[in-house]
Write a protein that binds this ligand. Structure first.
Ligand SMILES: Cc1cc2nc3c(=O)[nH]c(=O)nc-3n(C[C@H](O)[C@H](O)[C@H](O)COP(=O)(O)O)c2cc1C
Length: 169
């Protein structure tokens, strides 16, 4: 790790997949974990789950979150971890990214989804995060395979190791 470089993974997870990936990545690259917790999340089951999730993701309804206790100014770099909802970034993370002062610190994003398609999510994020360089899509169901998931995580995390080596003086 670059001397003095402080890094955090900022993530939201409804069902645990994004949290699991965040924990694995943080262990490989040495980053703090900052979880964004909604004030009102979607129902755990039933038709309301996807209706509420879709409404929040597409229109930003009810995307308020609890403020984080960490001092964000003390970090040099952030990585975002999000599940895909209705093709988009989790609404609570989009609400979090309204804080313009931290946007330039995001250099990477990993997404968790059922389909593996994160195109709209990346398009949405690239408009807000000018320094995004690395991204990876991790699929939780279609063709899910623990080895492939771990390989994708290691490749993504490896970018951070390489960029750190390059920066070493
Ligand atoms: C409200 C809601 C909407 C979702 N929309 C999509 C979607 O549009 N495309 C997709 O591939 N997966 C979709 N999923 C599946 C999740 O992205 C996937 O299960 C992910 O791994 C969940 O991450 P988590 O366990 O961290 O919450 C959706 C899940 C929920 C709950």
């Amino acid at each position: 790790m670059v001397k003095g470089m402080k890094r955090a993974i900022i993530f939201y997870s409804f069902e645990g997949n994004t949290r699991e990936a965040a924990e694995k990545i943080s262990k490989i690259i040495g980053a703090d974990l900052i979880e964004i917790k909604p004030i009102n999340d979607i129902p755990e089951s039933g038709p309301g789950k996807f209706m509420a999730g879709g409404g929040k993701a597409l229109f930003g309804f009810g995307s308020a979150f609890h403020s984080v206790k960490e001092d964000l100014d003390s970090y040099d770099e952030f990585i975002l971890g999000t599940p895909i909802w209705a093709g988009r970034t989790a609404p609570y993370l989009m609400a979090f990214l309204k804080n313009e002062s931290i946007r330039s610190k995001f250099t990477g994003v990993f997404t968790l989804s059922g389909s593996g398609n994160n195109k709209s999510c990346l398009k949405q994020l690239k408009k807000k995060l000018p320094n995004l360089r690395y991204d990876v899509s991790i699929c939780d169901r279609v063709g899910r395979n623990e080895d492939e998931t771990n390989k994708a995580i290691e490749l993504f995390a490896g970018n951070y190791k390489i960029s750190n080596e390059d920066l070493k003086t």
